[in-house]
Design a protein around this ligand. Structure first.
Ligand SMILES: Cc1ncc(COP(=O)(O)O)c(C=O)c1O
Length: 390
C-alpha cells in the first residue's frame, strides 16, 4: 500500500476482509450504495452525456431543496468549492484569513492557494469549533475573511461569527463539508445566506465519489461560481471564449447521478447515522471517555464521524493500534493543521499557538461509523475500547 493512501480504510464491509485473528474487519466508514445508485449511474453512462448533461443541474436543484438554499453550484470537490469561495471573497497576496486549526487541511489551504496567510484562532473545547472570542482577537487590518468549519457535522457559532465579520467588513465562508443535514437555530446549514461548502467524498453523509457544492443566497456569487468552475466561461461565451481566469472544477454527470440517488435517500441516511450514534452513546456510557457533544436548541448535528476524546495520560495512538490489530479501523481525528510539517516550514507555526486544538488533537480518535453499522460491530468496538482503556 502506498504510504499516502487514506489510512481510514473507507470501504464497504466485505465478509472476506479479516484481521490477523480471523475477525471480520470493521471499516472506519462506508458509503451507502445500492441498486438505485447503480441504476441512475448506468442511465448516464448509457445516455452518452457524461459531462454538462442534465444530471448536474438536477443534482444542484435537489441539493438546494434539501438545504433550503436559493442557489447551488456543484463542483469537483469540497476543496475546489472552498478555493472558489476565496475567489468570491477577493482574497489575494498579503491578506489574512482566519480559520480553525482543528479541521481538515483544505479549510486553510484554500487561503494559501490565493497567496494569503491562514491565521489560526483556537477552538472551543466543548464544540471543537472556532471560539468566536479567539476569532475577534485574531482580527488585524489585513484580515479579509473567516472560514468557519462545522467540524464533525456540529454547527459552528454562525451568528456570533457573522457579527464579527459584519463589524470588521470580512467575508464569511462556511466549510460545511462535514455537515450536510445539520441545522443552526432551526435552519439547515447552507440556507444562512453566506457561501457554504459541502463535500461528497465517500466517507461523507452522501457521496458522489469525489465532489462538492457551494450554496449561496446571492445570484451574483452563484453566477461567478458557475463561471469560475467552468474555466472562466461567461454565460454568453462560446466554448473557447473565456472571460476570466477559471478552473476545471466541474462535477461530471456520472458523479451527479450518484448524488441524485444519494439525495433521494438522504433522510434514511441521516436517520441511520443518528441511530448508530445514539447506540454508541449507550454502549460507551460507562467508559472513561468524552463522547460527542449532544445537540441543544441552537445546534442540531448531522452525524459525520463518531469521535471520542480519551482521558489525559492514555496512549491514544497505542489504543488506535490495538483496535487496528483487532480488525477495527480507527483514526487520530484530527491533527491540528498549524502543526502539519508544510505549515510549520512555510509560516513558522509551532506548538502552543492553539493549545485547545492541540490538546484535542492529542486525545481524539474516530471510531467506525456509518449509516448501516451493525449493532454487533458496535458492541465489538465498545468492548475493544473498554479493554484498550484498561
Ligand atoms: C472540514 C473539511 N473541509 C474540506 C474538505 C475537503 O473536501 P474534499 O475532500 O471533497 O476536497 C473536507 C473533506 O474531507 C473536510 O472534512
Amino acid at each position: 500500500m502506498h504510504r499516502g493512501v487514506d489510512p481510514t480504510a473507507i470501504r464497504a464491509p466485505r465478509a472476506s476482509a479479516r484481521s490477523a485473528e480471523g475477525q471480520r474487519r470493521i471499516p472506519l466508514s462506508a458509503p451507502w450504495v445500492d441498486e438505485r445508485d447503480e441504476e441512475l449511474v448506468l442511465d448516464v453512462l448509457r445516455s452518452g452525456r457524461l459531462s454538462l448533461g442534465p444530471a448536474g443541474p438536477r443534482f444542484e436543484e435537489l441539493l438546494a431543496q434539501a438545504v433550503g438554499a436559493s442557489h447551488c453550484a456543484a463542483v469537483s470537490s469540497g476543496t475546489a468549492g472552498l478555493h472558489l469561495c476565496m475567489r468570491l471573497a477577493g482574497i489575494g497576496p498579503g491578506d489574512e484569513v482566519i480559520t480553525s486549526p482543528y479541521s481538515f487541511v483544505a479549510s486553510a489551504n484554500c487561503a494559501i492557494y490565493e497567496g494569503a496567510t491562514p491565521v489560526f484562532a483556537d477552538i472551543d473545547p466543548r464544540t471543537l469549533n472556532l471560539d468566536p472570542e479567539a476569532v475577534e482577537a485574531a482580527v488585524t487590518e489585513r484580515t479579509k475573511a473567516v472560514v468557519a468549519v462545522d467540524i464533525f457535522g456540529y454547527p459552528c457559532e454562525l451568528d456570533e461569527l457573522r457579527a464579527i465579520c459584519d463589524r470588521h467588513g470580512l467575508a464569511l465562508v462556511e466549510d460545511a463539508c462535514e455537515a450536510l443535514g445539520a441545522r443552526y437555530k432551526g435552519r439547515p446549514l447552507g440556507s444562512h445566506g453566506h457561501p457554504a461548502v459541502f463535500a461528497f467524498y465517500p466517507n461523507k453523509q452522501i457521496t458522489t465519489g469525489e465532489g462538492g457544492a457551494v450554496t449561496t443566497a446571492s445570484a451574483e456569487e452563484h453566477e461567478l461560481l458557475v463561471s469560475l468552475r467552468n474555466q472562466g466561461r461567461l454565460e454568453t461565451s462560446s466554448w473557447l471564449q473565456h472571460g476570466r481566469l477559471g478552473y476545471n472544477y466541474r462535477l461530471d454527470d456520472v458523479s451527479a447521478a450518484l448524488g441524485i440517488a444519494q439525495l433521494e435517500k438522504l433522510d434514511r441516511i441521516l436517520a441511520g447515522r443518528s441511530q448508530v450514534a445514539a447506540r454508541y452513546a449507550e454502549l460507551l456510557a460507562g467508559l472513561d471517555l468524552e463522547l460527542p457533544l449532544p445537540d441543544d436548541a441552537d445546534h442540531e448535528r448531522s452525524w459525520f464521524v463518531y469521535v471520542v476524546k480519551l482521558p489525559r495520560g492514555i496512549d491514544r495512538d497505542g489504543a488506535i493500534r490495538r483496535l487496528g490489530e483487532d480488525g477495527i479501523a480507527c483514526a487520530p481525528y484530527l491533527p491540528s493543521i498549524h502543526l502539519q510539517s508544510y505549515m510549520r516550514d512555510r509560516f513558522g507555526f509551532a506548538e502552543g499557538l492553539c493549545p485547545v486544538s492541540e490538546d484535542a488533537s492529542a486525545r481524539t480518535m474516530a471510531i467506525p461509523f456509518h449509516a448501516r453499522l451493525a449493532r454487533e460491530d458496535q458492541e465489538r468496538v465498545a468492548e475493544a475500547l473498554r479493554s484498550a482503556l484498561q
